[in-house]
Design a protein around this ligand. Sequence first.
Ligand code: FES
Length: 153
Amino acid sequence: MNQLVTETAKAEADGKWQPEIIAFCCNYCAYAAADLAGSRRMQYPTNVRVVHVPCTGKIEMEHILGAFERGIDGVLIAGCLEGGCHFLEGNLRAKKRSEYLREMLDQIGVGRDRLRMVNLSAAMAPTFVERVKEIVETVESLGPNPLRKSGTP
Ligand code: FES
């Protein structure tokens, strides 16, 4: 994450703000979809960093809030289809957490639209790419994370 923040700080120094997005992808479906997108050479914005997690149910609220506190502009949580989580209900727990966090992000002035959750099967590479492009566009329209301190990672 620090490398991503540094790259963006460089872009800002050049006067070009680029949103920094983290995509937390569960091992079994979403990461496989992201991997498939890569092996099919499907293009998606380079300012999105994929973070491989065992299951979206393992993503704690502190991980997401911590990312926003450190200046990340948007977070995508990508898990298995509902009913398809390999840890039974991990994606349902992640869904509840992300809904709660979206509410909280609104309350603290960051904005709910900076956090999204998507459910994918391993074969849904085009959907993964589409969702990534959507969150990048949304965050670009929102501007930099208001928690980001100018010039500091
Ligand atoms: Fe994919 Fe749980 S293993 S969301």
